[in-house]
Design a protein. Structure first.
Length: 470
């Protein structure tokens, strides 16, 4: 199972997206900036001022035509998303007590901004193409395969910025500066940043219990708890933002989401019947996925932020590296409305001693060797044309206070599983193959609270050739 690429790769030293230091801008009451009346960006500035994302100076002005610095841009993204973790300060020009240090280090930890290796160049302004790249990273916007840059100066766009500019151009999320020119190297001002973010983000949800409906063509950022998206069509990513730690979002009715990104620690995504998510990306720890019967999700490249545990009955098809899961029954754990559950890291997964099961062919005999019998019971086997059909049972000890048990199995390098039950697992092991069966035991009390999670690993090997007469 491959690890997920949490964010696009960091740029090399030639593609610097570090931050700039400027005097901090003070908070001002929403809509009260003295220099915004009649300005073309007034609506966007007011939107992000009211949301607490952009602020003015100590004199009550927003300074819309002033170039935005890298420090301001960093602080704006941290305000927008709420990144919690900070990287170690390796920048010689970022003092620990600088007003922008927290934002610089948080964006560095998130993989969004990077210096040249030793400096963050905190006083520099940010260019239009740099702003495009950083926003695309933060909001997970990628270009389509045939996306083009429509501007006459497309050849002046740096190689590292072409995908971002193309992604925003094809979505009509960026505009040029006149005469069909994008001016990629031109520094961007504060008004243009506010407008660019507004073009990209259709909904910024900060109200707990909010309900979204209808078509959404921009990014939807959830920064609140218990949000429901009902009968909606989401063309761009829905992001459960890092600032919404522990929050839950539900896709209900005939909601169809192109991509859901779970970036909030302890966040939970629930899909009700008929709802679907074309791709679910997990970028945080202790996340839960709950899918009701009839719902479906695609989970490309599950990340290594916990153990994945399947209950109920699922069917899946493979599309490249993506498993498309469809819940076929509702027999999930009581009080855990999930057929696909990511076990949070808060629950220690106790690993039993690994067992080994080896099938060796000698003449016309299939010899079976079992090691670690305290955790493994080989029940039956049957030889077919190209594989051994094996039923393997797992012995276990019920923890004190446990009332219910659910099991799940994952296979690596082996044939598909045929069934899953607490007492046995049946699957095919092709000749000449070896792999690993991992059995998960999820113990709960009567109310469905997880008490203990056990894991048993069984290594299986089958000789390259089957017995001649079998």
């Amino acid at each position: 199972m491959k690890k997920i690429k949490l964010l696009p790769a960091l740029l090399s030293a030639a593609m610097v997206f570090s931050l700039a230091a400027v005097p901090t801008f003070a908070e001002k009451a929403p809509g009260a900036f003295g220099d915004m009346e009649g300005h073309w960006s007034a609506e966007a500035v007011e939107r992000w001022s009211e949301a607490g994302i952009l602020h003015g100076d100590e004199n009550g002005n927003f300074l819309p035509d002033k170039e935005m610095t890298r420090a301001e841009f960093a602080q704006m993204l941290v305000n927008l998303m709420g990144y919690p973790d900070k990287a170690e300060n390796r920048y010689a020009d970022v003092p620990a007590d600088a007003w922008y240090a927290d934002a610089v280090l948080k964006l560095t930890a998130a993989g969004i901004m990077e210096g040249d290796g030793s400096n963050a160049m905190p006083d520099a302004s940010i260019s239009r193409e740099q702003a495009a790249v950083l926003l695309c990273r933060a909001l997970s916007l990628d270009p389509s395969a045939d996306a083009k840059i429509p501007f006459d100066d497309a050849g002046q766009v740096s190689d590292w910025a072409k995908e971002a500019v193309a992604a925003l151009s094809e979505r009509a999320m960026i505009a040029g500066v006149g005469e069909n020119s994008f001016a990629p190297a031109q520094n961007i001002n504060r008004a243009s940043v506010a407008q660019m973010v507004s073009n990209m983000v259709s909904d910024y949800v900060t109200e707990n219990g909010a309900v979204l409906t209808g078509e959404r063509k921009g990014v939807v950022i959830i920064a609140a708890r218990d949000v429901k998206v009902e009968n909606a069509d989401l063309a761009e990513p829905l992001i459960l933002a890092p600032k919404a730690a522990g929050a839950a979002v539900t896709l209900a009715g005939e909601t169809h989401a192109a991509q859901v990104i779970l970036a909030a620690r302890g966040g939970k995504l629930s899909l009700e019947k008929e709802a679907s998510a074309q791709a679910v990306t997990v970028e945080a720890h202790e996340v839960e996925l709950a899918v009701a019967q009839g719902g479906s999700i695609n989970v490309p490249n599950l990340p290594q932020h916990g153990e994945y545990f399947y209950t109920g009955k699922w069917t899946y098809t493979l599309e490249g590296d993506t498993a498309v899961y469809e819940a076929q029954s509702g027999d999930a754990l009581e009080n855990v409305a999930a057929d696909l559950l990511l076990i949070p890291q808060a629950y220690e997964v106790k690993q039993a001693a690994p067992a080994e099961l080896t099938y060796t062919c000698e003449d016309d005999t299939l010899l079976i060797t079992v090691e670690g019998e305290d955790t493994l019971v080989m029940n039956t086997y049957e030889v077919s044309a190209d594989a051994v059909r094996v039923e393997v049972g797992i012995e276990y000890t019920q923890p004190e206070g446990a009332a219910k048990l659910a099991t799940a199995d994952t296979l690596e390098g082996l044939g598909a599983a045929q069934s899953a039950a607490p007492e046995a697992q049946t699957f095919f092991v092709p000749f000449g193959k070896e792999g690993t069966l991992t059995r998960y035991l999820l113990w709960t009390d009567e109310q469905g609270k997880i008490l203990e999670v056990n894991r048993v690993t069984v290594r299986l090997t089958v000789d390259p050739e089957k017995p001649k007469d079998m």
